[in-house]
Design a protein around this ligand. Structure first.
Ligand SMILES: [Zn+2]
Length: 107
């Protein structure tokens, strides 16, 4: 399932929207993919996704749909920049049992 979210306010967008109905920002072409993971698999899955290389952003949500962590995936994230996110992911995994990972892919 592919869903689109506003780059500016993060709200879900209707199909084929060119402007966000919530904040009016123009919609950039990108694809979102979502999947559920057990908290124990969270860190491993995020690392795998970052290694895939065509990802712009990773958002981790809890079962209630609240955003817990947002990771902008840049070239530098693979090195030292990833350490604080790793710590944050560990904290998320300790609190949650299941999480949703939303991934924004570059076209
Ligand atoms: Zn918006």
């Amino acid at each position: 399932m592919v869903m689109t979210f506003c780059m500016k306010c993060g709200k879900e967008l209707p199909d084929y929207a060119r402007f966000c109905p919530h904040c009016g920002a123009p919609v950039e072409a990108s694809e979102w993919e979502e999947f559920q993971v057990a908290a124990d698999d969270l860190i491993g899955r995020v690392k795998e996704l970052i290694r895939e290389g065509n990802i712009r952003r990773i958002v981790v949500r809890n079962e209630a749909g609240e955003t817990l962590l947002e990771i902008p995936v840049t070239v530098g994230i693979i090195g030292a920049l990833f350490a604080p996110y790793l710590a944050a992911l560990g904290a998320v995994a300790a609190m949650a049992t299941r999480c949703t990972i939303a991934v924004e892919r570059k076209e």
